[in-house]
Each structure stands twice: as C-alpha cells, then as structure tokens.
Design a protein around this ligand. Structure first.
Ligand SMILES: [Fe+2]
Length: 286
C-alpha cells in the first residue's frame, strides 16, 4: 500500500516536514517537524508546527509516530510540542547515541545527561519495520551526513533526510563531527538502487534563483540528473568534490542551538535555579 503525503516547507530554515498517512481519518507519521527559533531574541515558536497539527486534525488522523531522520543542525525539532498536542512516539536512528557522545563533550552537558538515546521513545536500527496504520514502514540506515542518519521507506515513498537534495542542488555536507563523504556516497547508492519510480521526499531545498522550492522527485530523476551523484560518478570523484566543497561552507546559523536541543529529542535544557533555560555557546570549538 502506498501512502498519501502532505509536505510543509519552512522558509526560515529551508526545511520540509512531511505528514505521511494511510487515509483521511486513518493514521499518520510526521517526519522532521520544525520548532521556530529566533536566534536574535532566543525565543522559540510553534507557528510552523501548528500547521502540521492543523492538518492532522483536519484530516482526523491519529498521530502514531514523530520520525527524525537525524539530529538536525539547521533547525530545532518540534517533536515534544507535537507529542503534547497529538500523542505519538518520537523515534530516531539508534546511532544517535554516537552523536550524543560527541556533543555531550562539545557542550559539556550536565552530569544527568544520558548518552543512551533514552530521551527518545524508540531507537530504530537498519531494517527495522513498524506500522503507520495500514502502512508498513522500514528503516534504512544512510550514514554519511551524520553517523546516525536514517531514511524511512513507506510503500513507494522514501523520506531521505539529508542524504539527497533536489537534482540541481545535489547532496548534503559531510563535515560535521562523525560525517563521512565516502559513507554518504554508499548510502546514496543504496537509495538509488530502489525501483526507479520510487518517490523521494527530501528534508530541504535550497533552490537556485528563479526556481520555487521543491521536495519531491524520483530515483530515476536522481540517477539521471543529480549534479553530485548521477549514475557514472565514482566514489572517489564524489569524495573529492564533497570534501573540497565542504571546506568552503560556513557553519549553519542554528547549529549550536539546534544540536543542543535535538540530541535531547527536542526537550530544552533543564531550567537553572532562576527557572530560566539556557543554551551554551562553546567558544573556539567548532
Ligand atoms: Fe541535516
């Protein structure tokens, strides 16, 4: 059975969140929801996540899963807010524990912070399956952009996270801690070995001037046209291109706030004695 998908583009972070569902009145999962965050004021907001919640309610869907493809570095996740509104279990790839280990050190988090992934309701391993109502979903480990990246295959649709962008944009950077361009290449080839008509739903779009944001394409489109990994590009050529390009990229604007929150499954850090929650800025570390 193939799913229905409704996607929501967040222009502030160029992120696309998806609601995948079996039928109106049925069950759904939300993939990669965004919590708004204004780095100038330190204020969070739920306008983006509210659009997802409104859609779920309008379609009379039961939210079963809130699925993260990875610990995002460009936006905070709205998973806890959506869970409080609509229920569902928050899940991520089980290798998130590695990412927690790396960033626990970077941020020197409180002693109570656990690196065991227990902040999430479910840790998913490669090949694991789960149901979304009448739909069957499968986890595909696609490390490279981060060591913990997963994609979710639901019927003829795959939610790719940051493995692939639109063909004219290419692929995601691999220079964050634990990233690996050769690994990303192999993960991409794994996705592009799926049937050519497989629908790919992406997590971001950074459209060139003159093109509207898009987030859906097929395996066939990517194999023919992806500027970084179309058929015929070797692993060595890809790694050379990716490494050279990554050396020119600045850190994402929200990486420090986003990672700190996202490795806690979206919970904000514990409040200090005055009742205020704080984010940390490690100086001269990243
Ligand atoms: Fe990412």
């Amino acid at each position: 059975m193939n799913p229905a998908v409704q996607s929501f583009f967040d222009p502030a972070t160029w992120t696309v969140s998806h609601v995948v569902y079996d039928r109106p009145g049925g069950s759904c999962a939300i993939v990669d929801p965004v919590l708004d965050y204004d780095p100038k004021s330190g204020r969070t907001g739920t306008a983006s996540a509210q659009k997802l919640a409104d859609f779920v309610r309008e379609q009379r869907l039961t939210l079963q899963w809130i699925l993260e493809t990875h610990a995002h570095a460009d936006h905070l996740t709205a998973a806890p807010w959506l869970q409080a509104q609509l229920g569902g279990a928050v899940a991520i790839g089980h290798e998130i524990t590695k990412v927690q280990g790396v960033f626990d050190k970077v941020f020197h988090l409180e002693p109570e912070f656990r690196q065991d992934g227990s902040q999430f309701d479910r840790l998913l391993a490669d090949g694991e399956t789960f149901a979304i109502g009448a739909l069957q979903a499968q986890v595909l480990a696609v490390p490279g952009h981060t060591p913990a990246c997963v994609a979710y295959q639901v019927g003829d649709a795959v939610f790719t996270g940051d493995t692939l962008f639109m063909p004219d944009v290419g692929t995601a950077r691999c220079d964050f801690p634990g990233g690996d361009a050769a690994m990303l290449y192999r993960s991409v080839r794994r996705l592009l070995a799926l049937p050519p008509a497989t629908r790919l739903y992406l997590c971001h779009d950074y459209p060139p001037t003159g093109r509207e944001p898009q987030w859906e394409c097929t395996v066939a489109d990517q194999r023919a046209h992806n500027i970084h990994v179309h058929d015929g590009v070797s692993e060595a050529d890809f790694v050379a291109m990716r490494t050279a390009r990554d050396a020119t990229l600045e850190m994402p604007t929200l990486i420090l706030p986003a990672i700190q929150v996202n490795i806690r499954a979206g919970q904000l850090p514990p409040a200090e004695a005055n009742g205020v929650r704080y984010l940390k800025i490690p100086l001269n570390v990243l």
